[in-house]
Structure formats: structure tokens, C-alpha cells
Design a protein around this ligand. Structure first.
Ligand code: BGC
Length: 348
């Protein structure tokens, strides 16, 4: 079968090549790939900046945002042939740490977790893949191809759960949420937040293109420019840019008692403000800055419910490009106006 593979840490090593059929040891459920979506992490892996091949191997099958159709449910699963499924990304560390031991490997304490398509386990960008029944999630068939948006939605569900958990330390009735960055994660965050009774604002650099309208169509407010220039102090900031200046501004701008949740992974840059100044603002206003990565099965379950509640036409506008797997190099290149690129392996 064919798969999109890469030699991690080796730029330019991406290939669409023949590999053996998935090994039954990878899971008793056999799935035919329908689609895999591309995210910033995939681009980083393709650029040789991130990623780990399985032990003893040099290449990794890419892909962690999956949608597939069960071909063979295997002997001990509740799946049926034809079910639409998506696969969880992370697997517990082998020790396991207390969090992995209780099914919360998204909170792994020793860093020895593995992740499909990212860290030491093959991903989902292959014509067929296998999965353990407990790590596959049934996708609402009425979502169709939009089910490929499940994984990024899980990341948001976890982030919002973290915000809620932190908020509960005191009286907590947030009125406004600011999402920084209108990429797929930011827009899905705005979409999920719009399902709740809260005023949603999104800030992004783009002044044109599809983003402003997508935000307004949610009934949310769109801003470009600096966080510091906003005419209000958000109770919650969901930070989806990973950009140093946006992070520092968000920590300064968040309302007293507010929570800034960081979901973007950036690097480098120069400190726009001294650390002690940022810390002083947090101390004097009881603010919390919380990082959030990945998602566990509870978040996947909730994400499925939320995604199914969202407007299908709006969700489909997030997918701005469908590519064939043989066009992998185009799929992994961002072009102006791109939001989510989906690699389509078979018809839905
Ligand atoms: C994925 C997460 C993963 C993280 C770090 C993200 O792109 O959505 O599941 O934990 O990368 O590897």
C-alpha cells in the first residue's frame, strides 16, 4: 500500500511510497483511510524540525488528523464494517506515570508517551491503518468528510476544560473570550466557544481573506492589530499563535482573575517585555497562564458531540483545499488563504 512517509529531522525527505500493509500488532481494527488533515506539526516534521521514527526504523508514516472507514472490526470491538472512525493521537508511556496510568496520557509526566504520526508510532497518512479498538472513536456519519476536523477540535476541548478547571478556583462566570490567531485551531476554538453563552472575539493579523467573514458568521467579533488596543479585557484568552508578542500582550491584557491558555507552539523571538513585568501583572490580578497540549478520550468524545452541533456549511469553509496523496508536497505547503488542507485518500 502507499503511504506518505518522512525521515524525521531530515528536511526534504518526504515521500509517497509503497510500504507493507499495517501489522496486526498495530491494532485489531483495520481501517481504510478516507482523509488526513495537515497541521502545523506535520509541516514542521516535513521541514525536519520535529518528529521521531519508530524505534529501529528510519522513516515515519506522517499524519495524526485522521478519518477512515472500518474495513474489518476485528474479533473484540464494537465497531461495524463501514463505521467512520478517527484515531487518538497519543499512547501512554510504558512506565506508566500516574496520569498515563489513569487514561490521561495527554498529561503525561515523564515525556515517554508516543504519538501516531509524530513520535515513534506510524501515523494515519497511509491507504490503510490499524488501530486498537480503545483508541478509535466513532465519527457521526452525518459529518462526512468534516469528521477529519475532529482531532483539532479535541485540542480545543481540552484547552477549554483546562480554562474551566483553573477558573473554578474562585467565583467564575466568564463573559468574554478572546481567541488569538484565526488558523484552524483558533477558528475551531471560536466555533466551539460560540456554542456556549459567552461573547467571542477573535484577533488575527489578516485583514482580508476568508477569516474575518468566518468569524463574523459565528456571531463573533473580529479584530486585527494589537491585543493591547482592544477596548475590553477578556476573561479568557485562548492563545493559538505561539507568537511571543501576542502571548505577552495577552497576559497583560487579560482581566483580573482571568485565564490565558496557551495552545500554540512557537520558538525564538525577542522578549517584548521583561519576565518580571509580565509576572507582576499576573500576580496583581490573580491571573493564570496555562499550557495545554493533546487530548484524552474524554476530550475526543466531547469533541465529537460539539463538532456535530456546529453548522456544517461553516465547518466546510474551514477546509480550503483538498489534495491527492501524490500531491503531498503541495499539501504540506501553506499558501495564502489556506486554512485547513485535507489529503483525500478515498471517496467518502
Ligand atoms: C497534536 C497533538 C500533539 C502535539 C505535540 C499537535 O499537533 O495535535 O496531539 O500532542 O502536536 O506533538
Amino acid at each position: 500500500m502507499k503511504a506518505i512517509t518522512v525521515e524525521p529531522k531530515k528536511p526534504g525527505s518526504l515521500r509517497y511510497e509503497d510500504i507493507p500493509e499495517p501489522d496486526v500488532r498495530e491494532g485489531s481494527v483495520l481501517v481504510e483511510a478516507i482523509a488526513a488533515a495537515v497541521c502545523g506539526t506535520d509541516v514542521e516534521i516535513a521541514e525536519g524540525k520535529y518528529g521521531w521514527a519508530p524505534p529501529g526504523k528510519t522513516r515515519l508514516v506522517l499524519g495524526h488528523e485522521s478519518l477512515g472507514r472500518v474495513i474489518d472490526p476485528g474479533p473484540n470491538s464494537s465497531f461495524k464494517k463501514g463505521d467512520l472512525v478517527s484515531g487518538l493521537v497519543r499512547r501512554p508511556d510504558p512506565v506508566p506515570c500516574p496520569n498515563c496510568a489513569v487514561g490521561e496520557s495527554d498529561m503525561c509526566r515523564n515525556g515517554r508517551y508516543t504519538e501516531r504520526g509524530i513520535k515513534e508510532i506510524h501515523g494515519y497518512m497511509s491507504e490503510r491503518w490499524r488501530i486498537e479498538p480503545e483508541y478509535a472513536i466513532k465519527v457521526d456519519p452525518s459529518l462526512g468528510i468534516l469528521g477529519v476536523l475532529l482531532e483539532p477540535t479535541t485540542v480545543i476541548i481540552k484547552a477549554l476544560e483546562q480554562v474551566q478547571a483553573v477558573g473554578q478556583r474562585a467565583y467564575w462566570e466568564p463573559k468574554t473570550v478572546l481567541v488569538t490567531g484565526a488558523g484552524p485551531i483558533g477558528l475551531l476554538a471560536a466555533g466551539v466557544a460560540s456554542l456556549a453563552r459567552i461573547e467571542v472575539h477573535v484577533l488575527d493579523r489578516a485583514e482580508t481573506g476568508p477569516k474575518p467573514e468566518l468569524v463574523r458568521d459565528l456571531g463573533a467579533m473580529y479584530h486585527s492589530g494589537s491585543v493591547l488596543d482592544l477596548g475590553f479585557e477578556p476573561d479568557v484568552v485562548v492563545e493559538c499563535t505561539g507568537a511571543g508578542s501576542v502571548i505577552a500582550d495577552s497576559i497583560q491584557k487579560v482581566a483580573a482573575g482571568g485565564v490565558v491558555c496557551l495552545t500554540g507552539v512557537g520558538a525564538g523571538g525577542i522578549a517584548p517585555r521583561a519576565t518580571a513585568d509580565i509576572a507582576a501583572a499576573a500576580v496583581l490580578k490573580n491571573n493564570v497562564v496555562v499550557g495545554s497540549v493533546n487530548a484524552n478520550k474524554r476530550h475526543w468524545y466531547k469533541a465529537g458531540l460539539r463538532l456535530a452541533q456546529m453548522d456544517r456549511k461553516w465547518l466546510s469553509r474551514l477546509i480550503t483545499r483538498h489534495e491527492k496523496p501524490e500531491n503531498f508536497s503541495q499539501a504540506l505547503k501553506r499558501k495564502p488563504g489556506d486554512i485547513k488542507i485535507v489529503i483525500q485518500f478515498s471517496e467518502i
